[in-house]
Write a protein that binds this ligand. Sequence first.
Ligand code: CUA
Length: 158
Amino acid sequence: MDRHDKIAISMIFLLSLLLAIISSIWQASTMPNIPRESFDIDPRTALELARGFARNYSDGVVPPGVDIYITGIQWAWIPNNIKIKAGVTYRFIFMSSDVVHGLEIIGPKGVVYSLMVMPGMAYVAYLRFDEPGVYEIRCNEYCGIGHQDMIGRIEVVR
Ligand code: CUA
């Protein structure tokens, strides 16, 4: 290896280091929310939890302190309609029961939360909605022909 080779190799090394730094900064600034808390869950268990939650809280406002289970399944969110109180922090558990879905919550003023949900994982997020109104849960990760039909509703009330 002569001197030029060494210089070339160190240049390449420095350049890739620089690219790695730039891309991690870029990622950090554009990444959807990554909850700090997550745990493994069987996709079928995820579905049972979400269905159970949907059964128990389909009418009325979800009382503060109650965990909210939401799972994505081709091609819907379960539950697909919940009512929560404005200004209250709820513990949400977001899951998928089949493939990767992109959970995105869109309020009157735009996207308020987004998270990629993978089957086998439960993601815990503490969310508070201060603005009353209707928020939509959409899927922003292509997941098959019914992808655009994955629309759920969160109604935030005073
Ligand atoms: Cu689920 Cu796209």
